[in-house]
Design a protein around this ligand. Structure first.
Ligand SMILES: [Zn+2]
Length: 113
């Protein structure tokens, strides 16, 4: 599970933002996590309590907005939603595809003072 690493990197970013914005604490962070970003929101929520246990972010709330994955066919240029394990274009059957959406991992909002 590399979500532990993702969360600690996210907390490091928050530390930097706190210093830059001169915040004394951050109450809530809102993340946008694409289905194709490589981070699994469910795992992130599972390891979040351990990641903030007894550190400056102990009372931080994390909210995750999931962005649906989109795939584009390089052969017919159609776009379709990323399915569970559908790695072929439903229109032309091509396996030359690439993600066209849902790859983001963004800190969208930070609530603090
Ligand atoms: Zn196609």
């Amino acid at each position: 599970m590399h979500e532990v690493g993702i969360i600690s990197a996210m907390l490091k970013t928050l530390e930097r933002v706190m210093a830059e914005e001169e915040l004394t604490h951050i109450e809530k962070v809102v993340l946008e996590v694409g289905e194709l970003s490589g981070a699994v929101p469910r795992y992130m929520e599972e390891c979040f309590p351990a990641a903030i246990y007894k550190n400056p972010f102990e009372y931080l709330k994390m909210e995750i907005e999931v962005i649906p994955g989109r795939i584009r066919s390089l052969d017919c240029d159609c776009e379709f939603p990323a399915g569970e394990d559908e790695f072929r274009c439903p229109e032309c059957g091509s396996d030359k595809i690439k993600p066209s959406g849902g790859t983001e991992f963004i800190i969208k909002d930070i609530y603090g003072d």
